[in-house]
Design a protein around this ligand. Structure first.
Ligand code: SF4
Ligand code: SF4
Length: 354
């Protein structure tokens, strides 16, 4: 079976779509059949489906696919006008959602079908990156069309998969960072979440496996895997022979700088893991007022001002500089030429403001 264990050129999109290999204990994913069953088992009752998903261990909750059970809870009292399923990947060297969409199209279409019926969403948006190789895009588009679904081309530039940006780009809808999309009448899932829901609908049995991408920054390799649901990160690293003693593990988008420990169970949270060397110490140099962080910030707020506010613990100034609109993407920290700890300062401010 083909694997994606090497990455000679991470900028080459042709190298970015591949298949999975299975860890012991995880079944190999069935390749997609273009046929979606016309009638899915189960009713279309939200509480019953919440219970069913929880019983199956399906409770996706990650940045690009926020708390599904919570979104369904809000859908009981909020009219859902749009269902968005995102097949986007913001890192060209880790195309997990693209690989899932290609290898599990039937399950994904079934999951979208269930969620559309549950919420009575009149509009369904399935976003796919048109910059992916044309054979991938056309193949997925044709399979989706077979299931009666249409793809919306949308580039996956980081941090496009953030719910706040996704809702604004597609629907010009302003979602406060950290709030669930359902509060704005939108149910948002990624491809992996749609597949998990679809498998629950089609098999009505507990989830036993989950897709996972490990971007090994030591070897500059990406591994796409099927792993047993709930497996600890340490076991996956052992399987992949990633044994660097001082490795740290970031989950999800690299720039968000969200660390997890080797004991973290995997499945419903972030599905992209970055083992890397320990981070460099914070730079004591001052801000040189270059303005790069302002130019790069996708929400057009003032990261350097937030850093100033953090240093004097001034929450009123932080609000003036726009902290409530920060999506914690980490781009400001990334572009800062003096490597100032902007994201860390912003998180401290947010923690202090409750
Ligand atoms: S983390 Fe930085 S770049 Fe990202 S939204 Fe917040 S201030 Fe802007
Ligand atoms: S990018 Fe860094 S040095 Fe430049 S203004 Fe922002 S915080 Fe200051």
């Amino acid at each position: 079976m083909p694997t994606m264990d090497s990455d000679p050129n991470p900028d080459n999109p042709a190298a970015s779509v591949s298949f999975f290999r299975s860890m012991p204990g995880a079944a190999k994913p069935a390749m997609a059949s273009p046929v979606l069953p016309a009638v899915l088992p189960g009713g279309i009752d939200i509480p019953a489906w919440q219970a069913r998903l929880l019983a199956a261990g399906v409770n996706p909750n990650r940045i690009a696919s926020p708390d599904l059970i919570g979104q369904l809870e809000q859908a009981k009292t909020t009219t859902i006008v749009s269902l968005i399923c995102s097949m986007l990947d913001t890192d060209p060297s880790v195309s997990l959602n693209a690989a899932i969409a290609e290898s599990c199209t039937t399950d994904m279409a079934a999951g979208i079908d269930v969620l559309a019926k549950l919420t009575s969403a009149p509009a369904i948006w399935i976003t796919a990156d048109p910059d992916k190789p044309s054979d991938w895009f056309n193949e997925v588009k044709s399979r989706m069309a077979h299931a009666g679904l249409r793809l919306i081309p949308l580039r996956g530039d980081y941090p496009q998969t953030d719910p706040t940006l996704m809702l604004f780009t597609l629907l010009q809808c302003r979602l406060v960072p950290g709030k669930l999309p359902a509060s704005k009448g939108v149910l948002l899932v990624d491809a992996a979440a749609a597949v998990a829901v679809g498998r629950c609908a089609l098999s009505d049995s507990p989830a036993v496996e989950t897709p996972l991408a490990v971007r090994d920054h030591f070897q500059r390799r990406t591994h796409l895997l099927n792993v047993p649901m709930g497996i600890r990160l340490a076991e996956v690293c052992d399987f992949l022979e990633i044994r660097n003693v001082d490795a740290v593990f970031r989950a999800g988008d690299f720039l968000r700088d969200l660390w997890i420990t080797p004991d973290t169970p995997l499945g419903n949270g972030e599905l992209v893991i970055h083992p890397t060397a320990r981070h460099l110490d914070a730079n004591p140099d001052p801000c040189i007022h270059c303005g790069w962080c302002l130019e790069a910030c996708p929400t057009r707020i003032h990261p350097a001002g937030l850093l100033d506010a953090a240093q004097v613990k001034d929450l009123r100034a932080a609000r003036r500089y726009g902290i409530e609109a920060c999506i914690e993407c980490g781009i400001c920290s990334y572009v800062c030429p003096t490597r100032l700890p902007l994201l860390t300062a912003i998180r401290e401010l947010k923690g202090a403001s409750g």
